[in-house]
Design a protein around this ligand. Sequence first.
Ligand SMILES: [Zn+2]
Ligand SMILES: [Zn+2]
Length: 114
Amino acid sequence: MQTNSIGTKERAALKCPVCKSPELRATDLEAGLTFFNCPECRGNWLRGAQYWKWLQQHGPNLPQRSDQDSGLSLVEPDIHIDCPECRFRMVKYLVGHGFSFTIDHCEGCKGVLA
Ligand SMILES: [Zn+2]
Ligand SMILES: [Zn+2]
């Protein structure tokens, strides 16, 4: 267990990058993976470090960062979303693999809004 920079104070301060005002509620999905859920748009924010590590460990067939054609394609967003943690402009991807939803990905902290 790592207990370095991520503390409870930081947890409580995240706001939804889409709706701006509501605070995201931290929900522990399982050990090592925490969703930050927006009560209004039901968006889920996942911390980059946690998310990509979790993906590596559990290996689900979700998108990975790749420049090759893995079914992940850039989508021209109708609204621009700024990362709630580091304020980077987020990039929208179509998940592919038979899924029709998109995720927003932060190039700065690698966070994901799903
Ligand atoms: Zn929201
Ligand atoms: Zn970020």
